[in-house]
Every structure is written in C-alpha cells, then in structure tokens.
Design a protein. Structure first.
Length: 116
C-alpha cells in the first residue's frame, strides 16, 4: 500500500528555518499532486502548499515568500523548505498525495514548534 513518512520537524526559534521531507513508498509519485498541510491545536487542518505533477505550485498567503515546496520524482520525495519561521507556524505538518483533485494518501505528520 501507499505510505508517506514525514521527517524534519523540530523546535526552532522565531526567524529560523526547517526543511520537511516526505518519502512516498508503494507507488511512483510521478503523476501525483503532493501537498503539505498543517494543523495547530484547536484549529482545522489547512493547506500550506501544493505541487502538481506539472510542477506548478500553490502557497497559502501566510507562507508565500517564506516556504518553498519541491519534488524529486526520482527519489519519490516531496520537501518543504520553511524560512523566517513565526510562532504562528507552530503546528503538526502532514504530507499528502493524490490525483483527480483530492488527496487520498496521508502521512502521520511531523511537529514543528516555533518559539518566540
């Protein structure tokens, strides 16, 4: 079956950087849309960034200019480089993959905590 495993989360000070990675196993990602979502305690899950099979990207307004999503089809991975982190970026970050406009596969998440 398809599995997604995230890594790279941690504790960082305001203004710091983290690089999240997600390895996908069980199928090739070549035709998949890949995304990063996050969920903070007491809040709904929200999309952070998406990269489509065409390599087109989408970013939520709050992270534009601070985050970069990328994919490596040869390594079946998707990454999220996060710079200039803010306390409001604190959340559990999830990797997701799918086709036909929906995300069918999800990872377990990795915690990102930004201290002020």
């Amino acid at each position: 079956q398809v599995q997604l495993v995230e890594s790279g989360g941690g504790l960082v000070q305001t203004g710091g950087s983290l690089r999240l990675s997600c390895v996908v196993s069980g199928r090739t990602i070549t035709d998949l849309a890949l995304g990063w979502f996050r969920q903070a305690p007491g809040k709904e899950r929200e999309i952070v960034a998406t990269i489509w099979a065409s390599s087109g990207t989408y970013y939520r307004t709050a992270v534009k200019g601070r985050c970069t999503i990328s994919r490596d089809n040869a390594k079946n991975t998707v990454s999220l480089q996060m710079d200039s982190l803010k306390p409001e970026d604190t959340a559990r970050y999830f990797c997701a993959a799918g086709t036909r406009g929906r995300f069918d596969y999800w990872g377990q998440g990795t915690q990102v905590t930004v201290s002020s």
